[in-house]
Design a protein around this ligand. Structure first.
Ligand code: SIN
Length: 315
C-alpha cells in the first residue's frame, strides 16, 4: 500500500477524498496573498482532483475576490442573474433565489439539477469558487462529478461516435416546471444560447471530457429528437455515476474551487425540506471557448461572451 500523497510540494497539504475527484487542501491561509509555489500547488491539485476544498477560511467579499484573482480574470457575478450590490464579481447563492426558482413540480430524473456553470455562454467560466457563510447543521451538501473519467469509462465505439457531435445549451426551466416572470425577464435581458462539442478537449491537460451539462444541454445537433433524447439520457445517467463523484459537507468558512471544464455539479435540494437557512457566495473566472477533438470550436447562437467584471464595471 502506498501512503496518501499528503504533502506534494512541502508547502501545502493535499488530502484526496475519493478515487477520481475531490481533495481537501490544508496548510494555507486564503485571507493573505499566496506565494507563487502555493498558487502552483493549488492549480496542480485543481487540474488533478477537479475540485479542491478548503476549511476554516473566513473571507470577506473583498478577500474572496482577491483569492480568486490569483488564478485568473474574474467574470461578472452571473451574466444572467446578476451580482451582489457593490461587488460586481460576487454572485449570491441564497436558499431562496427568486430568479432561479421555477413553478410546478419538475420531473425528477437521476441527473436532474446536475450542471456545469453557464454553458449557455460560448465561453463558460473556467473555474468557480464557492464560499460557505450560513450553513445548515445538516443537509445542504454539494456533489461534483469528473467528466474526464466519465468519458474514459465509455466504450471505444461510443466514444468514437460522440467525439464529432455537438449540442445546444440554453437556460430553460426543467421539464415539468414553468418559468417564473423573474426567470423569463432575466433570461430575455441577457439571452445566451451556444453550440458546444459533446466532448471537450481540456485546454491545459489535453484530456477529453464528456461535456454534457444536464441542465443546459437541450439537444444534439443533426440527430432526430428521439435519437438525441435517448443518447443524452444515456450520457447524463453515465456522468452522474456515484463512483465518478464526490460529496462535500459544508461548514461556515468552507470554500470549494472547481474546474468547470472537467466537472458538473449538483446543488442540494434537501434544504427545502429543512427550516435552516443556507447562504453561499460564488466567483467565477473567465473561460475560453471550448474545442472538440476535431478541432472545431464552440459557436455562439445568441448573446455575447461572458465578460470580465472589470470590463463590465466600465460600461
Ligand atoms: C452552484 O451551482 O454553483 C451552487 C452549488 C450549491 O449551492 O451548493
Amino acid at each position: 500500500m502506498s501512503a496518501l500523497p499528503l504533502d506534494e510540494t512541502g508547502d501545502v497539504l493535499i488530502k484526496p477524498l475519493s478515487a477520481h475527484i475531490g481533495a481537501e487542501i490544508h496548510g494555507v491561509d486564503l485571507t493573505h496573498p499566496l506565494t507563487p509555489s502555493q498558487v502552483s500547488a493549488i492549480r496542480a491539485a485543481l487540474l488533478k482532483w477537479r475540485v479542491v476544498f478548503f476549511r476554516e477560511q473566513f473571507l470577506s467579499h473583498e478577500q474572496h475576490v482577491a483569492f480568486s484573482a490569483q488564478f485568473g480574470e474574474l467574470t461578472v457575478g452571473h451574466p444572467v442573474f446578476g451580482h451582489v450590490d457593490g461587488h460586481p464579481e460576487v454572485y449570491s447563492i441564497a436558499k431562496h433565489r427568486k430568479a432561479t426558482r421555477f413553478e410546478g413540480e419538475p420531473i425528477r430524473r437521476p441527473w436532474s439539477g446536475w450542471h456545469t456553470d453557464v454553458t449557455a455562454a460560448v465561453n463558460p467560466p473556467f473555474a468557480s469558487i464557492l464560499r460557505g457563510v450560513t450553513i445548515p447543521p445538516y443537509g445542504g451538501d454539494t456533489q461534483w462529478t469528473n467528466l474526464v473519467i466519465a468519458y474514459q469509462k465509455l466504450s471505444a465505439p461510443l466514444r468514437g461516435f460522440i467525439d464529432g457531435l455537438r449540442g445546444v445549451h440554453r437556460f430553460t426551466p426543467p421539464p415539468g416546471a414553468a418559468a417564473t416572470s423573474e426567470f423569463v425577464d432575466a433570461v430575455q435581458r441577457r439571452s445566451l444560447v451556444s453550440e458546444h462539442p459533446l466532448v471537450r478537449v481540456h485546454p491545459e491537460t489535453g484530456e477529453r471530457a464528456l461535456y454534457v451539462s444536464p441542465t443546459f444541454l437541450k439537444h444534439v445537433v443533426s440527430l432526430t429528437a428521439r435519437e438525441s433524447q435517448a443518447l443524452l439520457e444515456l450520457l447524463w445517467e453515465h456522468v452522474t455515476r456515484p463512483d465518478f463523484t464526490v460529496r462535500f459537507k459544508w461548514e461556515p468558512g468552507s470554500l470549494a474551487f472547481w474546474d468547470n471544464r472537467s466537472t458538473a455539479h449538483l446543488a442540494p435540494t434537501d434544504i427545502f425540506d429543512l427550516d435552516f437557512d443556507r447562504q453561499l457566495y460564488r466567483t467565477t473566472l473567465v473561460g475560453d471557448v471550448p474545442v472538440g477533438p476535431d478541432g472545431r470550436a464552440s459557436v455562439s447562437i445568441e448573446g455575447s461572451p461572458v465578460e470580465a467584471a472589470a470590463a463590465f464595471a466600465l460600461n
